[in-house]
Ligand binder design. Structure first.
Ligand SMILES: NC(=O)c1ccc[n+]([C@@H]2O[C@H](COP(=O)([O-])OP(=O)(O)OC[C@H]3O[C@@H](n4cnc5c(N)ncnc54)[C@H](O)[C@@H]3O)[C@@H](O)[C@H]2O)c1
Length: 341
């Protein structure tokens, strides 16, 4: 249960997604999904009207919202309707935003169907779309009434999509919970086999951690910043190489760990342990990061303050700290992972 600004959001981890009808209010419900999810699971959606978008990040733009608004008007949707998103982070971000602005707001819920959205994206009430190359620049904070995270949905995910989400789960352990990391390593074979029992407990733990941070800091004024661990370089790598978000973040996390060692915070043995975890799951992909693009990407970073940036570092596994780092210092690390594999 997440409570922010008086709004309760219920998160069900391990619930069978097909039971979603039990969560729906007595209202007309519209399902928003993408074509991939619809083609795999659509036959089990029931009789609800469905609007489906092109899969992928390029759908996260205002034109998609306008297209969905047109579709909703054609269906006769009014304020008494409920929006149910079934999909990954893209679908949930789009549907959460649509629900926040259509007729000034409808209630909504999510069935999260990717690892990334189960461990991270669907908890926290952030939603929105991109503008040009700037991610999530138009959006709202608005909590869904419920989120269903059913790990059995993850069996059909493409491998790199799965690993990308796993990276965000590892991030939660790195910043807040060393035992979570230990559990990830103990269960590594089952994780690779996508064992739903193990995934259920790991995802539930990650959701609880994120829920706690979000409840304490809904609007990202302070503590929530630690969730951005690995994301400064991660975003730069994602933009430069087109890597999947979580995989780019894995590289960003290793760079942040390296900086943490350099700053005298993280011990070398802990750095080596973290590197082993990331290496075991094969989360690093080659990238070529031109240091000249870094200042521009970082300058758009919401964590920037003048010539310095609030950078998330690690003191030890399970404990993140925020330190101001000079922007020029950061570009020294752009090629730290070159030839790493
Ligand atoms: N709101 C937040 O707090 C938050 C947090 C993190 C990330 N995000 C956003 O999430 C987005 C990324 O989310 P994502 O990684 O879930 O990507 P995604 O929604 O694009 O899904 C990845 C791919 O997997 C497919 N897919 C989804 N579920 C599937 C399933 N069960 N089986 C087979 N294929 C399936 C999709 O069609 C898509 O092609 C980004 O836009 C990011 O900004 C938001």
């Amino acid at each position: 249960l997440i409570k922010t600004g008086g709004h309760l959001s219920e998160i069900y981890v391990g619930e069978k997604w097909e039971n979603f009808r039990n969560c729906l209010p007595a209202r007309n419900t519209l399902i928003i999904t993408d074509h991939n999810v619809r083609s795999i699971y659509g036959s089990r959606f029931g009789d609800f009207p469905v609007l489906s978008v092109e899969p992928g990040e390029s759908s996260k733009r205002l034109e998609t919202i306008e297209m969905l608004v047109t579709g909703m008007l054609e269906l006769g949707a009014d304020r008494s309707w409920f929006i149910l998103a079934i999909g990954g982070g893209v679908v949930c971000d789009i549907a959460g935003f649509l629900a926040s602005v259509y007729m000034r707001g409808l209630p909504f819920g999510f069935i999260s169907s990717t690892m990334l959205s189960q461990v991270d994206a669907s908890v926290g009430g952030k939603n929105g779309v991109n503008s040009g190359t700037i991610k999530n620049i138009i959006g709202t904070f608005n909590q869904p009434d419920f989120v269903i995270c059913d790990p059995s949905l993850l069996s059909t995910l493409e491998k790199d999509e799965y690993l990308s989400g796993l990276s965000e789960l590892i991030k939660m352990g790195l910043i807040l919970d060393k035992p979570l990391l230990e559990s990830v390593m103990e269960n590594r074979d089952k994780i690779m086999a996508r064992d739903t029992g193990v995934l259920k407990s790991l995802i539930a733990r990650s959701v609880k951690l994120k829920a706690k941070v979000v409840t304490e800091d809904e609007k990202e004024a302070g503590k929530r910043m630690i969730l951005n661990f690995g994301h400064t370089f991660g975003h730069a790598i994602e933009a430069a190489s087109g890597q999947k978000h979580g995989l780019a973040v894995a590289s960003g996390m290793l760079i942040a760990c390296r900086i943490s060692v350099q700053q005298g915070l993280l011990q070398a043995k802990d750095h080596a342990w973290i590197t082993d975890i990331i290496r075991y799951f094969n989360l690093i992909r080659p990238f070529d990061l031109n240091p000249s693009i870094l200042p521009e990407i970082i300058s758009r970073d919401k964590k920037k303050a003048g010539k310095e940036i609030n950078f998330v570092l690690l003191e030890k596994p399970g404990k993140a700290v925020i330190k101001k780092i000079n922007l020029s210092e950061l570009s020294e690390y752009h090629n730290y992972l070159n030839g790493w594999q």
